[in-house]
Design a protein. Structure first.
Lengths: 757, 390
């Protein structure tokens, strides 16, 4: 053998040894160094969790009447992996299914395709024509009412001929039902499936994709308690998902029932009164503009001033939450979102408007805080000169020299202009200086404006309270854009609406040069709830509630407590204090008395409250008519009763609907009438003019009875939750007083029908 | 002929078999033992990988084990023949073996051939048999190359350029046919075998280096242009395990999970959750090493690597001790073949080599490969016996 061959053989030996060492090293690395990782992967590989959704808790009103419940539906679902393991990828199975459910096979095929998967045409499956959940989960295709025997028989053919429908099943399942239709839709919210995107969020960690979660309203805020605990069966499976064993089973636990302070009957009255009031406004001609008032939307809120609990909260226009059951189609959702009235938006918590004269309670408190006498007399001319501009009263009225009571009852703007102007001068006028007292804006903040109310609903809006600091910050942020507009104007706007373009151009010019200044005009307009001030109807409601209850600003609450599905646990949710008004008791008492004049003879709401039995229930209120450029004014009415010892406050707001006295006050009147039974019907408020303070009770059969019903075995006999406290810890308690058993609607609830097969 | 005729008495068959010079005594027993243990362990793994599926299909759970044993027995017979056949006869057969292989490779491309896993590599025979001619082609080119380069010329101990060209020409035909299937893995085995044989034959370094370079160029530049996307993914997945998660990435990830979860001592034969759950496709053939990794752990799977190492080491020893170039080149060719194929097969289950359809020598299930491998071992023994005789 040549030396070269010998050498080459040695090289070959080296190659062989190094290759073997490489393999051994890599093997040891995978098995020893990374062994734990792969052992974990191997475990998840073969364990599949099958999830039995827990029955979701009902949402009940204060008397235990279900606002959201569940009904049994027959749901047809398809497990894609099983269908596709059939010949021709289950073409025949889908064709047979198509005949039964009446959906084209191609459409079914799309619906069960996992989102993001590449399709035949190369495109990736996109929502809504794909399944957003786990590829192994059965995809619901269609749900049928379990009551309709014809449909049930047809669909059950799937189960009867299971051999013809591998991977398809028809099962009974609980779906959301709204026994009261669209009642309180904005407060209740709706459910929607979790998308892959949502699963990345901390809130939804560990939840199965495609699971239904609350998407709005209390369904969203109290999702944790309502949803219960899903049952999980951990199965050992092989590659084809064939079950080879069971590791363990966790039974599903039904979610708690949520009891709201919302009263279904008062809510219905409020919604109807609001809708009728809006309809009436649309019949009234707007004398300053052509045509009738548009009154496109509105809100009405009833709150218990003693603890901040919401009794009714209406927003118009509304929507029927049933459209979300079984998955809303893109077309339906778009229709709801694009509607000009924005029915998905709650005007009560998300609508922001200038409060107009209803804001004068804040201004009065601020004026007194600024040093003006509560018992003083003030000039009410028809106009007041602020700088070089004349600020006029509504329709140029003048009342001479008047006291503050008359100022509020007649809603004299000029008195407030002077209060604000004087304070503005004391604070240094246009000269931006630190240390300005800013009495008016700070008073507004103390009354809860410009901040979240803290209601248990998602996405409420803060509104806007401006002062010197705000103006400077805002100008710094926006001057670039606005100064460009000041130079160039609004040419695109000018094509369609030259007047508006000129107005906007003028505004931009003023803003660019002086926008950082807190002008006397700004301060004057602020005092009458105009200009930059924006509030939500809920904020105003809570402010009036605070005025009525003597100065406590409550966080508004919809939820009152939880009842466990088995009726064994009652959890009362305490209400929470947000703060205390920085106004003296005397000022508040004074205003409470002063506002009783508004709905009486000579007050701005006298027409709406003509015939109100002031002797029986004394009412206090304030109208508001907030101007908006180019539009009819926003109509407001804020009121509370009984004025001597207030229990409830109502705020009604209808934009583009004229004066507070003509639109909002009559709506409020209707609600008050129904609550106290002045409209010829029995009162909706219980004995003593109050609503039940305790939670409904669960009967042994699982049905729900109104608060105070005596049930054979009262679960927990503890005293009722004491005076509402600001503590956040949930108190447990139930008051089982002898009450009025068996109200008409208290027939056994349909809870027992959940999940049966 | 040797002067045995002078012996005075008849020697019994038993005595002859145990004689110091008899093939039975002279065999490389270590090599044989290593191969036998690999084949046996392979049988267990094939069994473990197929048992559950056969039960599910209502078939005989031992079907694959039985066929593996039958393959091994037939292979042993063929190997024995290859070990004992006259050396010169072997040379005489070489052109015939080569021609038959080429015809077989042509046949698979004809309508006789069947496509399995994307490659037209099989001829399906009646009664459930199928032949993979490319396995035999490996044997044919080893012998063919050894024959061409083993012709001793006076005063020359290394092949001339013309010899190298002849060899390349010889290999070009079966390689081209295999690439048409397309079978990338076997093509790579060919390249490695050619390199190994040429190198050991003492071919000029420029040829060895040039071939190496050509291999890299073909692999790096030509392959990406010619190969289909799914084939390229088999390369991409080495660098990035998340490529093609429903295709080749699935195999690679599942293989890694199975092996990685085996740990030091494994989960026990028939106890591997990934193996018994049938998560790994082609587990009894190309991915048989994952069974060893999962069920026998580092100890068992490492043992297989060491046993393969022993086979290669003995083969290299036989090549070194071979007394003539033909024997040395045959041994070197067989070693190169087993080296590359083992590396590629195990490497792909460990995620360091691209996925190809190469079985693990002796361990994987498959008749053609088993026959070819055991015949190659027979050739090693043949060379070994011959170097001892002289």
């Amino acid at each position: 053998m040549s030396d070269r061959s010998r050498l080459r053989l040695v090289v070959l030996r080296v190659v062989v040894v190094s290759i073997l060492m490489t393999l051994l090293g890599r093997l040891a690395y995978l098995q020893i160094a990374e062994g734990d990782k792969y052992r974990a992967a191997a475990a998840t590989n073969r364990i599949r969790a099958v999830i039995t959704p827990a029955a979701r808790g009902q949402v009940l009103d204060d008397r235990g009447k279900p606002l959201v419940s569940n009904r049994t539906a027959l749901v047809v679902s398809v497990t894609r992996s099983l269908v596709r393991s059939q010949p021709e990828r289950g073409k025949e199975v889908l064709a047979r299914l198509s005949k039964i459910v009446g959906i084209p096979a191609a459409q079914i095929s799309l619906l069960i395709t996992p989102c993001g998967e590449k399709q035949k045409n190369g495109a990736r499956a996109k929502a809504p024509n794909c399944w957003n959940g786990s590829p192994l989960q059965a995809v619901p295709i269609k749900s049928y009412s379990a009551i309709n025997p014809v449909e049930v028989r047809r669909v059950l053919a799937i189960e009867e001929h299971a051999e013809d429908f591998p991977g398809v099943d028809a099962r009974y399942a609980a779906v959301r039902e709204y026994p009261q239709g669209s009642l309180a839709a904005h407060a209740l919210g709706y459910l929607g499936p979790l998308s892959e995107e949502d699963l990345k969020k901390e809130k939804y960690k560990g939840r199965p994709s495609g699971a239904l979660v609350g998407r709005a309203g209390v369904e969203s805020v109290y999702d944790d308690r309502l949803r219960g605990v899903d049952g999980v069966q951990r199965l050992l499976v092989d590659k084809d998902a064939t079950v080879t064993g069971t590791l363990g089973t966790v039974e599903a636990r039904a979610g708690d029932n949520l009891v709201l302070s919302l009263d279904g009957d008062i809510q219905r009255v409020a919604e109807r009164a609001l809708a009728e009031g809006i309809a009436a406004a649309r019949q009234r001609p707007d004398l300053k503009r052509s045509g009738n008032f548009p009154a496109p939307k509105g809100a009405a809120i009833v709150v218990d001033v003693r603890d901040g609990r919401i009794v009714a909260m209406a927003s118009n226009p509304t929507y029927d939450p049933t459209v979300f059951v079984g998955g809303i189609s893109t077309r339906e959702y778009r229709a709801l979102s694009n509607d000009t009235g924005q029915p998905l938006i709650s005007n009560a918590t998300q609508g922001l408007y200038a409060p107009g004269s209803t804001f004068k309670v804040v201004s009065t408190a601020a004026a007194v805080a600024a040093g003006n006498s509560l018992s003083g007399y003030y000039q009410c001319p028809s106009a007041f000169k602020v700088g070089n501009r004349l600020f006029r009263n509504f329709e140029g009225e003048q009342f001479g020299t008047i006291n503050l009571t008359t100022t509020l009852v007649k809603s004299c703007d000029t008195v407030f202009y002077k209060f604000a102007y004087d304070q503005w001068k004391r604070d240094g006028g246009t000269k931006t200086r630190t240390g300005a007292a800013e009495v008016f804006p700070n008073m507004a903040r103390s009354w809860g404006f410009g901040t979240d109310t803290g209601i248990d609903l998602p996405d409420e809006r803060k509104g806007l309270i401006t002062d010197r600091g705000y103006k400077q910050r805002f100008w710094d942020q926006t001057k670039a854009v606005k100064c460009k507009r000041a130079r160039e104007g609004y040419p695109e706007e000018a094509k369609t609406d030259p007047a508006r373009a000129a107005y906007l151009h003028q505004l931009a010019k003023e803003f660019c040069s002086d926008g950082y200044r807190y002008n006397a005009g700004d301060a004057a307009l602020f005092a009458i709830g105009q200009g930059d001030v924006l509030v939500s109807p809920l904020q105003l409601t809570m402010a009036y509630a605070a005025l009525a209850n003597g100065g406590t600003l409550w966080e508004p609450r919809l939820a009152k407590g939880f009842l466990s599905a088995d009726g064994k646990t009652y959890t009362a949710l305490p209400s929470a204090k947000k703060g205390t008004l920085s106004s003296s008791r005397a000022v508040l008492d004074f205003m409470r008395v002063a506002l009783t004049g508004v709905p009486m003879e000579g007050g701005t709401a006298q027409t709406a409250f003509r015939g109100w039995p002031h002797g029986q229930v004394q009412l206090a209120g304030k109208t508001g008519t907030a101007d908006a450029f180019g539009k009819a004014p926003t109509s407001w009415f804020a009121s509370f009763a009984p004025a001597g010892a207030p229990k409830y406050a109502i705020v009604v707001m209808v934009p583009e609907a004229g004066t507070g006295g003509t639109t909002a006050a009559p709506i409020s009147r209707k609600i008050w009438d129904a609550m106290y039974g002045f409209g010829g019907k029995p009162p909706l408020l219980g004995p003593g003019g109050v609503l039940p303070a305790t939670l409904p009770v669960v009967r042994p059969d699982g049905s729900i009875a109104p608060p105070g019903t005596r049930v054979p075995r009262a679960p927990v006999e503890v005293p009722p939750s004491p005076e509402p406290s600001a503590s956040a810890s949930p108190a447990t308690g139930n008051k089982a007083l002898g009450g009025v058993p068996g109200l008409p609607w208290s027939a056994p609830a349909r809870r027992t029908s959940w999940g049966e097969k | 002929m040797s002067p045995v005729r002078l012996r005075p008495r008849e020697i019994s068959l038993r005595e002859r078999a145990l004689d110091r010079t008899s093939p039975l005594r002279q065999l490389d027993w270590v090599l044989l033992l290593a191969v036998t243990s690999l084949v046996s362990v392979g049988g267990l793994h094939v069994w473990s990988a197929t048992r559950e599926r056969e039960i599910m299909l209502g078939l005989d759970p031992q079907a694959f084990l039985k066929k593996h044993i039958i393959n091994a027995v037939i292979g042993m017979v063929l190997g024995t023949a290859a070990a004992l056949v006259d050396y010169r006869a072997l040379r005489a057969y070489a052109p015939f073996v080569y021609g038959a292989s080429c015809l077989g490779l042509l046949a698979v491309l004809s309508p006789l051939g069947s496509v399995i896993n994307g490659a037209r590599s099989w001829i399906v025979l009646p009664a459930g048999f199928q032949i993979q001619p490319s396995e035999f082609a490996k044997l044919a080119i080893v012998v063919g190359m050894a024959m061409l380069l083993g012709e001793k010329r006076d005063g020359e101990d290394s092949p001339r350029d013309s010899d190298v060209l002849q060899v390349l020409g010889l290999c070009a035909i079966p390689m081209a046919l295999i690439m048409l299937q397309p079978d990338f893995g076997t093509t790579m085995v060919f390249i490695f075998v050619i390199l190994g044989v040429l190198a050991v034959a003492g071919a000029p370094a420029r040829w060895v280096a040039g071939l190496l370079l050509a291999g890299i160029v073909v692999g790096g530049l030509v392959a990406p242009a010619v190969l289909k996307d799914y084939q390229l993914n088999r390369f991409r997945v080495v660098a990035n395990p998340h490529v093609d998660p429903r295709g080749v990435g699935y195999n690679v990830n599942q293989a890694r999970i199975a092996i990685g979860s085996g740990g030091m001592f494994g989960k026990g034969l028939f106890e591997g959750t990934q193996t018994q759950g049938r998560f790994i496709p082609e587990q009894q053939t190309d991915f048989v090493f994952t069974v060893a990794g999962e069920e026998l752990g580092l100890v068992g799977a490492g043992g297989i690597i060491l046993a393969l190492g022993l086979v290669l080491w003995r083969g290299l020893g036989i090549a070194t001790r071979a007394t003539d170039p033909f024997g040395r080149l045959v041994a070197a060719g067989v070693v190169s073949w087993f080296t590359f194929q083992s590396f590629e097969n195990i490497g792909m289950t460990l995620g360091i080599m691209p996925v190809t359809g190469l079985p693990l020598p002796f361990v994987s299930y498959g008749g053609s490969a088993m026959f070819a491998n055991l015949m190659a071992v027979g050739l090693l023994q043949n060379v070994h016996l011959r170097s001892r005789e002289l």
